[in-house]
Design a binder for this molecule. Structure first.
Ligand code: S3P
Length: 172
């Protein structure tokens, strides 16, 4: 078991479809630490995210997310956050003492990744246009919390994960 004191604890942030879960799982495996996806934790305890949004609203989801992030950071390992976690000031504060990797992705590359639903904020006729708007609103926040940035648009997830793991080891 790792802990927040473990120098390999690492947080992944970035917009929806940036690959936070796929890359995070691979980075954790490479570093030999636990992997936590806060969206999955929230859904396991409170039910599907679209239902949380529709029944209780986004503010309630952000409160559940803040709690899940705090718990995950206490446990340590690689922690992938949902795309909107950085919009919550208290969640950003929790990140201040950790290494945070910002995963970027182009709108062209994200188009194939965000089909299939499950993301209440992208529901509607033009999910890519909606994604662009949301990303523009949040990009400054991702930049604010980031210790390093990696783009996931064109390279295989495993290669990106290898680069992140190598970067993380250099930070020790
Ligand atoms: C959200 C992103 C989702 C999930 C929820 C809200 C957002 O996570 O937390 O639907 O506000 O960007 P992913 O970034 O993993 O899709």
């Amino acid at each position: 078991m790792t802990s927040a004191a473990d120098p390999l604890t690492l947080v992944l942030v970035g917009p929806m479809g940036a690959g936070k879960t796929s890359v995070g799982r691979r980075v954790a495996r490479t570093l030999g630490v636990a992997f936590i996806d806060t969206d999955k934790r929230i859904a396991a305890v409170h039910g599907p995210i679209p239902v949380i949004f529709s029944e209780h609203g986004e503010a309630h989801f952000r409160a559940l997310e803040r709690e899940a992030v705090a718990t995950a950071l206490d446990e340590g390992g690689v922690v992938s956050l949902g795309g909107g976690a950085v919009t919550d000031a208290a969640t950003r504060e929790l990140l201040r003492t950790h290494q945070v990797v910002y995963l970027t992705v182009s709108a062209e590359a994200v188009a194939d990744r965000i089909t299939g639903g499950g993301r209440p904020l992208l529901a509607g006729d033009d999910p890519v246009q909606r994604w662009r708007q949301i990303f523009e609103q949040r990009r400054g926040l991702y930049e604010e919390v980031a210790s390093a940035t990696f783009d996931t648009s064109r390279r295989p997830m495993q290669r990106i994960a290898d680069d992140i793991a190598a970067w993380r080891r250099e930070q020790r």
